[in-house]
Write a protein that binds this ligand. Structure first.
Ligand SMILES: [Zn+2]
Length: 234
């Protein structure tokens, strides 16, 4: 069973951190060593791991890639927001081709990174009514309509495909989803795997659990958390 860990931008020094979900290089190295070690131990609930890098930040090339082992690359997933590709600070399609050739997996992380489901007090709300097939703003800003959800799922897959990347995995922006999101995906036959930020061990389910890393969480706390995870069962 897999432990799926989510990273975002990795920075060289503490003063370069811009938000909670970024790590310094030394935090990244420590987290990676921990996961490598635990995956070899019988006491852990996982025997293998995937390393996710969400949003397509170019620190993956400049900082992360040299720290990874060749055999790990097939379990490295870049979750790509297609609007970001080639923008300053983000990977280009040429970069993506180059890392894909090395075995890295490219998956979709939407067109513009809106939360596909709107949460109030941690509860996913029903999606809104509306007929425009259009993009939506970045972030957790409002309830998307079914057509806007479809746009994010379908157009990101199509854009990746037009640039030579086939993917059957969608990584949910902000980890947010509701029944409508899952129904639209199934109905349109888009993705075999929907990756969440639900904290469980991955036993191969359609909804794939993943654990976020944050720079303000001490390594001991993170270790405790990942050794206590249980398998996901839906
Ligand atoms: Zn993201």
């Amino acid at each position: 069973m897999f432990l799926n860990i989510v990273f975002h931008r990795i920075v060289n020094k503490h003063s370069d951190l811009r938000d909670t979900y970024e790590l310094t290089t030394s935090q990244f190295v420590q987290t990676l060593s921990l996961v490598r070690r635990l995956s070899r131990q019988n006491v852990s609930p996982f025997t293998n791991y995937r390393l996710y890098f969400d949003d397509g930040d170019n620190s993956f090339l400049s900082i992360v890639l040299p720290l990874l082992k060749k055999r790990e690359l097939k379990n490295v997933v870049l979750a790509i927001t297609t609007d970001n590709v080639g923008q300053p600070g983000f990977l280009s399609y040429d970069d993506l081709s180059w890392v894909q050739e090395k075995g890295v997996v490219i998956s979709s992380h939407s067109v513009s990174h809106p939360a596909l489901a709107y949460y109030i007090n941690g509860v996913a709300q029903e999606s809104a009514i509306g007929a425009e097939y259009q993009t939506a703003p970045f972030g957790h800003t409002r309830r998307l309509t079914a057509q806007e959800i479809l746009f994010q799922l379908k157009e990101s897959k199509k854009t990746l495909q037009d640039n030579g990347f086939f993917t059957d995995e969608f990584v949910l922006p902000h980890g947010c989803y509701n029944d409508t999101v899952l129904r639209i995906n199934k109905k349109n036959n888009l993705y075999d795997t929907i990756s969440t930020c639900d904290e469980f061990i991955d036993s191969g389910t359609y909804l794939r659990p993943r654990v976020l890393t944050r720079h303000d969480v001490p390594l001991e706390y993170f270790e405790r958390k990942i050794t206590l995870l249980t398998p996901y069962t839906v």
